[in-house]
Ligand binder design. Structure first.
Ligand code: CU
Length: 159
C-alpha cells in the first residue's frame, strides 16, 4: 500500500525542488547568524569621557558568545569590529565594509593599539559573524567619546 504512493511522491518532489532551492538561496543571502540570548559586547577598560595618550590600547569584551576567526562558521561565535567616528551605523543585513573607520579583527584579536592625532573620537564595538555580518539581534557596545591628548596617561586596571 505504501509503495504505491512513492512514485507520485518522488515526482512531486522533483517538481517542487527547484522552487525550494531558489527560496533557500534567497534566505541564505540575507540570513544573519543569531546572537546568543543575553550576550553583550563592551569595552574592557575604556569608558566614556576618558582622556588617553596618542598611543593607547583598546580592549574588547564579549560575554555569552565565543570568538572565532573570520571564515570559521561556528555557531555562537564571531569577531570584533571597532567603529571610529562612525555617525551612521552600516547596513546590518550586509557584511560590514572594511575601512579606517570600520576596523575588523578577523584573526580573533581582543585588543588593539591605536595611534591617533589629538582630538575627540567616538568609539563603538560591533560584533559580527564569520562572514562579517552583524548578528540578529546585533551585538554592539554603547558609543563612547574619548579625548586623545599628549601627556595623558591611560588607566591600566580593568574597571
Ligand atoms: Cu569582520
Amino acid at each position: 500500500m505504501k509503495a504505491r504512493f512513492l512514485p507520485s511522491l518522488f515526482l512531486l518532489l522533483l517538481m517542487v525542488n527547484p522552487v525550494i532551492e531558489l527560496a533557500a538561496e534567497d534566505a541564505a543571502a540575507s540570513q544573519r547568524s543569531p546572537s546568543a540570548e543575553g550576550a553583550t559586547v563592551d569595552f574592557r577598560t575604556l569608558r566614556d569621557g576618558d582622556v588617553v595618550p596618542p598611543t593607547f590600547t583598546v580592549k574588547f569584551l564579549i560575554s555569552g558568545m565565543g570568538i572565532a576567526p573570520a571564515g570559521s562558521h561556528i555557531d555562537n561565535t564571531g569577531h570584533h569590529h571597532l567603529l571610529i567616528n562612525v555617525t551612521e551605523l552600516p547596513d546590518m543585513d550586509q557584511p560590514l565594509p572594511k575601512s579606517e573607520q570600520i576596523r575588523h579583527f578577523g584573526k580573533g584579536q581582543t585588543e588593539v593599539e591605536l595611534t591617533l592625532p589629538e582630538g575627540q573620537y567616538s568609539l563603538q564595538l560591533l560584533f559580527a559573524d564569520y562572514a562579517h555580518r552583524p548578528h540578529e539581534p546585533p551585538l554592539m557596545s554603547d558609543k563612547i567619546t574619548i579625548t586623545v591628548a599628549v601627556g595623558a596617561v591611560q588607566a591600566e586596571e580593568d574597571s
